[in-house]
Design a protein around this ligand. Sequence first.
Ligand SMILES: *Cc1c(COP(=O)(O)O)cnc(C)c1O
Length: 484
Amino acid sequence: MQSTRSNDSVSDTAAVLQGIAPDGGLFVDPDVSSRPFDVAGCLQLPYIGMAEQIFSHLLPGFRGKAHDIASVYPGKFSSEKITPLRQVGDGYALELYHGPTSAFKDVALSVLPLFITAAKEIEGIRKQISILTATSGDTGKAALEGFHDVPGTDITVFFPDDGVSPMQKAQMVTQEGSNVRVCAVRGNFDDCQRGVKEAFACFANTAQEDSDRLLSSANSINIGRLVPQVVYYFSAYAQLLELKRIRFGDPVDFVVPTGNFGDILAGYLACEMGLPVGRLICASNANNVLTDFISTGVYNRCRPFLKTSSPSMDILVSSNLERMLFYASQGDTALVSSLMKSLNTEGTYTLSGEPLKRIQAIFSAGCCSEADTSETIAKLWHEYHWLSDTHTAVGFSVLDQYRADPDFTGDPCIVLSTASPFKFPATVLSAIGGTPSADEFETAFLLSEKTGIPVPQNIADLRKKPVLHTDLIDKSEVVSYALS
Ligand SMILES: *Cc1c(COP(=O)(O)O)cnc(C)c1O
């Protein structure tokens, strides 16, 4: 592994433990596409076997542990396929939300604590690992669920006070565990994420040597978050093979509801490993900074931060795009550093020439308004009887636009379905013609009554749980809270 901003390398285990490189860059594997990988063999395995091979390939430093780590999925996910594929109209939905918190982030955060514990053991580190996490809604709960009461670790989660859905908030503030802190921030997700990054920098510069702890991250800036997400791209492809909808080698397109660019970057890594991916379609809500970037090369975060019904995608600074800049520029760390500096100081940068062409050769992009999100939820339910959450609906709406685009090749298209509709019950129920109640739980049960789909148990159980976390701070206080 090396940083996106310099050529110094570190071991895989150190990269997972540190989360972010000391120079502020993100850890990347510079030769992911040159090491041979047996794609055909991998596709024949069940999910755990695929995960084991992919973990061993992308994080060879953990090789002896990959099997044990991958084996936790069946106990945590309610679907036998872990991430089942469903046909929805002419496309497919890859349901990633059958884990313990009903969010796709469970796929990575169910195993990240095991990677961290294994890394500590391999590196012979005795220090306590303190996880710092900023969340736009779903990472927070999934990380709390993964790390609570894991020996040798503690976790602090920052969320934007009115930037998450009521159900997402209820999930976090009721979290039990002796090693957890949950703190609301007066600000948006970008403020939380910036505070966490500053806390890392501050810790690295001042306290690290003498401290009896190490900071790490459960955000998708941590490479240990991305690697588990590569697996379901292979699983999706294998399920299309099993259904005989494709033959090995046929390209498949993936539409990815995108915020921090982590999930779609995992798709890029799958493609670099040799999975036959046609195009990766980046789907944004009204915060369409990535749509503009992919079509023009201009990244400009200086625009209003809009609150939408898909809050986990309300992001203007997409951290993982930095990794894509590294790959697109063929490892030009000086270029990445200067673009990131410009983003920090000017709020904007421009990518041009070959690197931009390389991005456009595989990525397409589209965005979706609030009205389109609701209409899409209604259409998917009334025409295909498939209930979509707000984020997935952004993906399906962008898929419709993509089908009308000259880029469209006619390949099978899979939309990554990133959350259970019961996490956003008010918007979903209104979209399909119901009337939400003022009480979020009541609304979830109304949605269940109307659709005949049961409320996931973890969400139904929240209603009885007491609120345990009430801290609320200004965005300027994130660093001191994090390091206290
Ligand atoms: C986090 C999240 C996304 C965006 O994923 P990124 O990896 O940040 O691009 C989309 N949908 C839901 C429901 C999420 O929680």
